[in-house]
Write a protein that binds this ligand. Structure first.
Ligand code: F0G
Length: 468
């Protein structure tokens, strides 16, 4: 590895009380000294940081260069942890900031104020590719030959894709039985990943994959991995790029394992420290009501970053109660059906830096918002629509003003969890009840129902004339 990188980048414990540092070439998922999460940190004064974000525009003219084409690596100077020639790209991050009038109206914002950052356009269909290109790069730097993750679908599809497209590593994925979306499982299988189905849910798979990867020395790519979050910072760089480098008022993102919210907070903290943005936007993290650990801890128990020493007693007693009551996450938004978010402390730091808020939304609100995104945006999976449902709630509370500029991150593609979409729009009451009624969804106010018609030309023409 080039000496330069070792001087510029290092790993650092997020706890200011510990603040231990480790080499960028080392592999850890937690601080070996105190067990806290690690950051990738930079000696910025030794790096070549642009003086203005506009300097990145020069890369637009060089799309034949894969590192300029990549929506992650064209911001290399803001995540310079690897020698440039080792950076792995499959063309991730060609995503879009889309202004949606229909969704703005739905959430109560003035025209032109609501933007959807559509990460479903990534090669494997979700934002995970941003982080995977970075984690994969680090794995390659360390000479890894196998990489593993636990997943409800998107992380596994992403890891499997990077393995098959680059042939650099073998993918090992852990999924909870019956807890992975079929479309995503099909990707992992198609890409040739070793798929381990265990009896349990995502949290169980997450705990096991950590044990196994430590025991067998397999590189772990879940968002505990600080390098993954470096890649996810670039989602925010592209949001700024889409707004011609103007800072929006709010970023709204679904919260599951809290990797995105943590990465976004880090991105803005760094940009602000580097003098590249004049102010930091506010952050709203949206939980599903059936998987609301962050909401309850922050908004009800008052858990805060607290100078890097969040109150562990609050967290421990919350989890102890969860176990005692046998409460398990339960939501149609499979990607955020998570009990114990692994990035909780980093998310608390982000909430503090971004004057953040946390809200919970029901599966009903999620599916209604999703239908609105489909009808007037780019389409997304249920978990992603939590950001739109959360925005609607925050506008109704007066926390977000109708004139503020809001970016909702649509984390994943519409073709994940298609059962939920079809059940929402169906005329088949039995199907509706089976898929959605069991989750407390009572109605489909924005359903687009298929028209049943006899196999008869006149009847078909009559139906089309009537409905179109
Ligand atoms: N949205 C989508 C589409 C996701 O796939 C995930 C996580 C999240 C949001 C939550 O993001 O952890 O950054 O708060 N999916 C994981 C997976 C669990 O296995 O693919 P976070």
């Amino acid at each position: 590895m080039a000496i330069a990188q070792r001087e510029i980048a290092f790993q650092k414990c997020i706890s200011p009380q510990c603040a231990s540092t480790y080499g960028v070439e080392e592999v850890h998922v937690a601080c070996p000294r105190c067990g806290n999460l690690l950051d990738v940190a930079y000696a910025w004064e030794k790096a070549r940081v642009p003086r203005s974000l506009r300097e990145f525009e020069a890369k637009w003219a060089d799309r034949a260069n894969p590192y300029c084409f990549s929506g992650v690596w064209r911001f290399y100077e803001l995540l310079p942890f690897a020698p440039p020639e080792l950076c792995v790209t499959v063309g991730e991050g060609q995503t879009l900031l889309h202004a949606s009038e229909g969704v703005a109206r739905y959430v109560g914002l003035r025209p032109g104020r609501l933007f959807l950052q559509y990460e479903g356009m990534n090669p494997s269909g979700s934002f995970k590719d941003n982080g995977m290109s970075a984690a994969f790069t680090h794995a390659r730097m360390t000479g890894a030959t196998r990489a593993a993750c636990a997943s409800t679908g998107n992380t596994s599809a992403s890891l499997a894709l990077y393995c098959s497209a680059t042939r650099l590593m073998k993918a090992v994925i852990f999924v909870g039985s019956g807890k992975i979306a079929y479309g995503k499982l099909s990707q992992a299988l198609d890409y040739g990943a070793l798929t381990v189905q265990i009896a349990g849910d995502f949290d169980d798979a997450m705990a096991r994959v950590q044990e196994v990867s430590q025991r067998l020395g397999i590189y772990l790519v879940n968002s505990l991995n600080p390098f993954r979050l470096e890649g996810q910072k670039t989602i925010m760089y592209r949001v700024l790029e889409g707004l011609r480098w103007e800072v929006p008022d709010w970023i709204v993102v679904p919260g599951g394992n809290l990797g995105n919210s943590s990465a976004f907070g880090k991105a803005f903290i760094e940009l602000s420290q580097l003098g590249l943005i004049p102010r930091i936007p506010r952050l709203a993290v949206i939980n599903a009501a059936g998987a609301n650990t962050l909401y309850r801890l922050v908004e009800q128990e008052g858990l805060r970053w607290n100078g890097g020493a969040p109150r562990q007693d609050l967290v421990c007693s919350f989890y102890a109660q969860m176990d005692a009551q046998r409460r398990r996450a339960h939501t149609i938004a499979s990607a955020i059906e998570i009990n114990r978010p692994v990035n909780l402390p980093k998310c608390l730091r982000a909430l503090e830096a971004c004057q953040g808020v946390v809200r919970e939304v029901s599966d009903q609100e999620i599916l209604d918002a999703k239908a609105q995104v489909g009808a007037g945006g780019l389409g997304c999976e249920p978990a992603s629509a939590a950001s739109v449902a959360g925005t609607k709630l925050l506008v109704s509370e007066g926390v977000i003003g109708p004139d503020q500029r809001v970016v909702c991150v649509l984390t994943g593609h519409q073709l994940k969890d298609p059962d939920a979409t079809v059940a929402y729009h169906t005329t088949d009451q039995e199907l509706f009840n089976k898929v959605l009624g069991s989750r407390g969804v009572r109605r489909a106010a924005f359903a687009n129902r298929a028209v049943a018609v006899a196999n008869d030309l006149d009847e078909i023409i009559k139906a089309i004339q009537l409905y179109s």
